[in-house]
Design a protein around this ligand. Sequence first.
Ligand code: PEP
Ligand code: MN
Length: 354
Amino acid sequence: MEIEKIKLFDNCTKPIVSAGPCSAESEEQVMQVASSLAGKGVTFFRAGIWKPRTKPGCFEGVGKEGLAWLRRVRSELSLPVATEVATPEHIEQCLEAGVDILWVGARTTANPFAVQDIADALRGVDIPVLVKNPVNPDLELWIGALERLNNAGIKQLGVIHRGFSSYGEKIFRNSPQWQIPLELKRRMPHIPMLCDPSHIAGKRELLSLLSQEAMDLNFDGLMIETHCYPDCALSDSRQQVTPAELFVILDRLVHRSSKSEGNEISRYRTLLDEIDGELMRLIAKRMQIAREIGEIKREKGLTVFQPFRYNEAMERFAAESALRSLDVEAMKDIFEVIHSESIRQQLRIVNDIK
Ligand code: PEP
Ligand code: MN
């Protein structure tokens, strides 16, 4: 993918900050929030104009009327503005209103037809587009959306991690599953990556913690929903904070260096690398012995999987983990993978697969 820097983020000290209400509700509300944010280090203002809601009958955004309010934020407060687009009509209206940054929402990223329509509508336009992760934890779908936009000529691309939805009671509204955005960053090191702790948390109490975690994981910025009267917000009221609370969260962030050369971490990393090598050697040895057992099973006509042996090994493993103060469930997961690989190796021997 041919990606360029987002010009608007040039000369911006880390973290890039996007703040503003979940939804634009009225001209007064938009101007009041934006005035409290302008000139205080916020990189760009966010506000949803068209809101994808789970159930019909909820507030679905003010629609294009709100674009004029964003225009005022731009011209009167010199604050760049961003909103969510989901259809070619949204794009047309945003381009006409001079919106600075567009973002693709999580529900839209999950739908390749919708993303393709957006990409086609943006062909030939040079505007930064931020792509939120799809609601489901599917990295390829996320990257696929970036590719569709990039194939249509969009070069100023960025991503926003807003967590992944799951069923049932949970601490987070959308679970962070950090390994997914981190893998994206590993594969696309130059793409700006923001974290949206508001939609991950679902409640304002967790914002500080998540924002710090994002900084520690080397995210480039944060998108935090901000409203002057969060409890009265027409959408996502539990997760919004006041501008004053936002600045407390930002001021408290501890910035740690991502450069590891020359500091003591690299010494420890060498140690970890050696231990990983040792683990590999042990696993290879274990597989070799498992294969030898496989030969015996084949000769004697025994089944490969023997439940009593598996349960016994699992129990021993759990006891050993507890003894070493390791997390029993996590260790069981690791053992299960190792055990199933041993079984796979033995099945190949018993069935004479070379
Ligand atoms: C939003 O940013 O208000 C929003 C709807 O986000 P998401 O697409 O992450 O749910
Ligand atoms: Mn929201």
